[in-house]
Ligand binder design. Structure first.
Ligand code: PEP
Length: 254
């Protein structure tokens, strides 16, 4: 049975006080909005992860995650945070491969594969992001780009390890731009991803994989995206910073 998830990526927004207030609204609202097995994952800046993770301990459907982790266990890597440190805050998830990390911090598939390993070794569930740029879409190379991101970042895993991965298809041209993939465009890629997963890890693993859509998802378009057969929820940026919008997106998952 696939997990349905709405995850919020706060990026470099919210300090301790505003983050605690926003998170409390989300936890309280989620109690009302979630009627089934759906999960909410909030990924705040790392500096407030511990505070939020502690306050979510009693919640059965809201979890927290980091927006990144380092590939090494420890050492002289000034400013970095290891997967073990993230896990020690009671966080359960970590976003890896976000297009902003790929674009601004030069993260490539080789590095991301190491980060995936570090996360899994430390008991974190990676939310692994993949997606094509506008240029790659317009030149009809998006299937090959998605395939090579899957192969490079995840296809060294066993099917057992892969069971802890959540995938997020996020077309780069839709992130923070107000442009959203149409439900049909998103479904086409999600179905392709699931077929590639079936070839690599087997049909059962592919059927059980949670594949989120991300890219300007909002209360107005969430239902039509989430009703697609292979879309199991969303990774939400801008709209996760407003409790009302985020809760409306969570409601669209029902
Ligand atoms: C994201 O950053 O993962 C994202 C999907 O952002 P937005 O919802 O703002 O497009």
């Amino acid at each position: 049975m696939r997990k349905k998830i709405v995850a919020g990526n706060w990026k470099m927004n919210q300090d301790l006080e505003s983050g605690k207030a926003l998170f409390a609204e989300i936890v309280n609202g989620a109690k009302q909005e979630i009627t089934g097995e759906q999960l909410v994952v909030v990924c705040p800046p790392s500096i407030i992860l511990s505070e939020l993770a502690n306050s979510a301990k009693d919640s059965s459907n809201v979890f927290v995650g980091s927006q990144n982790c380092h590939q090494k266990d420890s050492g002289a890597y000034t400013g970095e945070i290891s997967a073990a440190m993230v896990k020690s805050t009671a966080a359960e998830y970590v976003i890896l491969g976000h297009s902003e990390r790929r674009q601004y911090f030069g993260e490539n598939e080789e590095l991301l594969a190491q980060k995936v390993d570090a996360a899994l070794k430390n008991g974190l569930k990676p939310i692994f992001c993949i997606g094509e740029t506008l240029e790659e879409r317009n030149s009809n190379r998006y299937f090959e780009v998605i395939k090579s991101q899957l192969e490079g970042g995840l296809f060294h895993l066993t099917a057992e390890q892969f069971a802890d991965i959540v995938l997020a298809y996020e077309p780069v041209w839709a992130i923070g731009t107000g442009l959203t993939a149409s439900p049909e465009q998103a479904q086409e890629i999600h179905a392709f991803i699931r077929a590639e997963l079936a070839k690599k890890f087997g049909q059962e693993a592919a059927d059980n994989a949670t594949i989120l859509y991300g890219g300007s998802c909002n209360p107005g378009n969430a239902s039509s995206l989430f009703s697609q057969q292979d879309i199991d929820g969303g990774l939400i940026g801008g709209a996760s910073l407003k409790a009302g919008d985020f809760l409306a997106i969570i409601k669209a998952l029902n």
